[in-house]
Design a protein around this ligand. Structure first.
Ligand code: HEM
Length: 394
């Protein structure tokens, strides 16, 4: 019987040690998913990039063999969720959004992001010391940014954050996940209807006017795309801020290094993304045609899990891969994936992370308020991170 996936972590800040063994001895190996299917696990960086860049590996759950690593039973595929589509269909949706996430657009959004970061920092400082960096800063920050961008009322944040959290929780029974998904769908359906009737200056309104009214997208397509952006843009970034700050503050020398040279922040953000790789369950694909990889032959109908966490610790690419080295050239890491599905929001995520660290640097004497071994982690969540991060300052 193949071993269970995912294997357990030993050190909460490192991926399961089994990955290092697999990279060395069995880079493409069989594992058993929580649903009892046997699928291939890809652990090396080069193999991971190969799989994510090759059209013989499909993201469409309708294909035979597509691994089920989420608790919810896969229902009929939802419209507009292009994360689960293959080319050429995938490109049709993605292209409608690329203009919203360009370097230029991100530069224009920067002052807005900085204003959100300032508000979140004021909220954090107003609560302490000590205060929980997760609830006061890391969670509201990306929620405010994505709400602004999409045109989702921030007051509804508790509602959608709660629903996305349930969707990503592997320990929840399938019916709860299905119910949460349906509630989020209904909520966004109402929101899209309001934007169609009364458009404003936001991304959902732009798509409503330019694509739905013209018949290029259906209303359900836009509901699905909005859902994807809302969920993808919130949990990942919030958890990356939280675990990134833990990684920096638990080693005061690293924080001092950034204080001495704030120009290092963008490189540090890349290294934190690589080291933490919060999409801890990896990404999944179904094999569409025969492929030889890592000494084994994959056949049509096989399932594949690509471990981004493992690939990002591959010593063939990163010397001393378990070290957090703020000066290393961590990119191109695989924390945002690779290939046609590579994270659409990566420039936005980088801008948020960079501004978050820059804003926290001047807080005098910022440090953890509990011992690092007291921090609780989100082991059962698809997106890894810390539950709380109590911090204090002078
Ligand atoms: C796709 C990670 C932030 C939107 C992905 C994928 C990864 C990822 C690994 C690839 C999935 C696959 O290949 O199956 C992350 C991380 C983030 C982050 C680690 C933060 C640190 C964001 C943000 C947005 C976003 C802020 C904003 C809107 C998306 C979308 C896709 C995606 C729409 C699907 C792209 C496609 O299928 O073409 N993300 N993401 N992500 N991400 Fe992100």
């Amino acid at each position: 019987m193949p071993p269970d996936y995912p294997p357990s972590r030993v050190n909460p800040l490192d991926p399961p040690p089994r990955f290092a063994h697999l990279r060395a001895h069995e880079p493409v190996s069989l594992v058993r998913t929580p649903h009892g299917e046997t699928v291939w696990l890809v652990t090396r960086y080069a193999d991971a990039r190969f799989v994510l860049g090759d059209p013989r590996f499909s993201s469409d759950p309708a294909n035979p063999g597509f691994p089920q690593i989420r608790p919810a039973p896969e229902g009929p595929r939802m419209p507009g969720i292009f994360l689960s589509m293959d080319p050429p269909e995938h490109g049709r949706y993605r292209r409608m959004l690329t203009g919203e996430f360009t370097v230029r657009r991100m530069a224009a959004l920067r002052p807005g992001i900085q204003a959100v970061v300032r508000d979140c920092l004021a909220g954090l400082l107003g609560q302490g010391p000590p205060a929980d960096l997760m609830s006061a800063f890391a969670r509201p920050l990306p929620a405010l940014v994505i709400c602004d961008l999409l045109g989702v009322p921030f007051a509804d944040r508790e509602f959608f954050a709660g629903r996305s959290e349930i969707q990503l929780d592997r320990s929840r029974p399938g019916h709860e996940v299905t119910a949460a998904m349906a509630e989020l769908w209904d909520y966004l359906d109402g929101l899209v209807a309001r934007k169609l009737a009364d458009p404003a200056a936001d991304l959902i309104s732009r798509l409503a006017v330019q694509r739905v009214r013209t018949g290029e997208l259906t209303k359900d397509d836009l509901v699905g795309m909005s859902r994807l952006l809302l969920v993808a843009g919130h949990e990942t970034t919030a958890n990356m801020i939280g675990i990134g700050m833990l990684l920096l503050l638990r080693r005061p020398a690293l924080w001092a290094q950034l204080l001495a040279d704030p120009g290092l922040v963008p490189a540090a953000v890349e290294e934190l993304l690589r080291h933490a790789t919060v999409v801890q369950q990896g990404v999944v694909r179904a094999v569409l045609g025969e492929v030889d990889l890592g000494g084994v032959r994959l056949a049509r109908g096989d399932g594949v899990i690509v471990s981004l966490s493992s690939a990002n610790r591959d010593a063939a690419v990163y010397p001393e891969p378990d070290e957090l080295d703020l000066q290393r050239h961590a990119a191109p890491h695989l924390a945002f994936g690779h290939g046609v599905h590579q994270c659409l929001g990566q420039l936005l995520a980088r801008a948020e992370l960079t501004e978050a660290v820059r804003a926290l640097l001047p807080v005098p004497g910022l440090r953890l308020a509990i011992a690092p071994d007291q921090v609780k982690f989100r082991h059962e969540m698809a997106v890894y991170g810390v539950r709380e991060l109590p911090v204090e300052w002078h």
